[in-house]
Design a protein around this ligand. Structure first.
Ligand code: GDP
Length: 337
């Protein structure tokens, strides 16, 4: 036990001093599903949050596979580093829990950025549920901030559920599209578009230059029909090329303006406060569920209720209440141990 706490203290010191290996170990702890690790992780994150670092820019970035996310992050990240920023890249990968494979953040991507001094690129976690991964990401963000990273990019694949979660933990949400993706404006894509503060039409180079202009117009028109998410900002559409570097400075100046406006209006403060509260309640739900699930008697009890519900003998709401009533039983047993 003593050994463990000494280890944790040195981990905290390491992170505080910006040591990348310590940061990596800290995030591994945060991502672990082992209960003792989770306990240590909570302590570590609590210490890190107390450091009260200057507020970093938390930026979410999404787009379907192939749109150029990693190419963009590599190029844009290097530009930011050369400007003197310290950039961390985290990934929320909805594919990893199902297929075991990972679309995001693998080490061969972002070759320059992942070895650059001013950057920390985290390969995406490959276990745990989507909720778990996203939940841990907020803690991981806090650790990277404690390590002195002032810009945190959170990357995710544009396939649905994970976007909403990422949008709930970042200050700004960026959607990458490619020329000719005007038809993506329906369904899920539309939902994601509504979350975006900035839409980048990537690959605006070579033969795609003209189509990129058309797509920009289409997207801009579509945005006019949507209700803006922020009071102090209307979403912007910018063409860019991750390959040639076209407009990357424009992207950055747009991001800077965004944060200036949100800061001045007080909306940024409000956003952070709201998110913190939301994540607390999300975590309450998660913890309650996992406690109930861990308790063998509750599980057994729930199974029998479940069959009554399935056969139509018991209303679902009544069964749910009976299961939730087990919480006090589980809690008092936990206290006794
Ligand atoms: P991701 O799956 O979203 O991470 O996409 P990648 O970054 O792996 O890029 C997918 C493909 O698009 C690669 O072949 C890239 O070289 C190419 N690509 C990415 N950005 C650009 C760009 O700005 N212009 C052009 N022409 N190709 C690009």
């Amino acid at each position: 036990r003593k050994h463990l706490s000494t280890q944790r203290d040195s981990l905290f010191e390491g992170i505080r001093n910006g040591d990348r290996a310590s940061l990596a170990r800290g995030i591994t702890l945060v991502e672990s599903t082992r209960r003792d690790h989770q306990k240590q992780a909570r302590k570590l994150v609590s210490e890190c949050i107390k450091l009260d670092r200057p507020r970093s820019l938390r930026i979410g970035l999404t787009g379907t596979p192939g749109v150029g996310k990693s190419t963009f992050i590599e190029k844009f990240g290097m530009m930011l580093i050369n400007m003197g920023h310290r950039v961390s890249v985290l990934a929320v990968d909805p594919s990893s829990s199902r297929s075991g494979g990972s679309i995001l953040g693998d080490k061969t991507r972002m070759q320059d950025l992942s070895v650059a001094d001013g950057a920390y690129v985290r390969p995406s976690p490959n276990s745990g549920s989507l909720g778990g991964v996203a939940r841990n990401t907020l803690d991981s963000i806090i650790l990277t901030e404690a390590a002195g990273y002032d810009i945190c990019l959170v990357e995710t694949v544009g396939v649905g559920q994970s976007e909403t979660m990422v949008a709930d933990m970042v200050d700004m949400f960026i959607l990458l599209l490619q020329p000719g993706s005007g038809d993506e404006l329906q369904g899920v894509k539309r939902g994601i578009m509504e979350l975006a503060d900035l839409i980048i039409i990537n690959k605006a180079d070579g033969a795609l230059e003209i189509p990129a202009k058309l797509t920009r117009t289409e997207i801009t028109n579509a945005l006019h029909l949507m209700i803006p998410r922020r009071k102090s900002w209307n979403p912007k559409v910018v063409r860019a090329s991750a390959v040639t570097g076209f407009n990357l400075e424009r992207v950055w100046s747009t991001i800077e303006t965004y944060f200036k406006k949100l800061g001045e209006s007080g909306e940024w403060d409000g956003l952070r406060a709201e998110q913190q509260e939301k994540w607390m309640w999300r975590e309450v739900t998660n913890l309650l569920l996992s406690r109930l699930n861990r308790d063998p008697e509750t599980r057994f009890f729930a199974k029998s209720l479940e069959s009554d519900v399935v056969s139509g003998q018991l209303p679902p709401g009544v069964a749910a209440e009976q299961i939730v009533d087990q919480v006090s039983v589980v809690a008092s047993e936990a206290a006794a141990h």
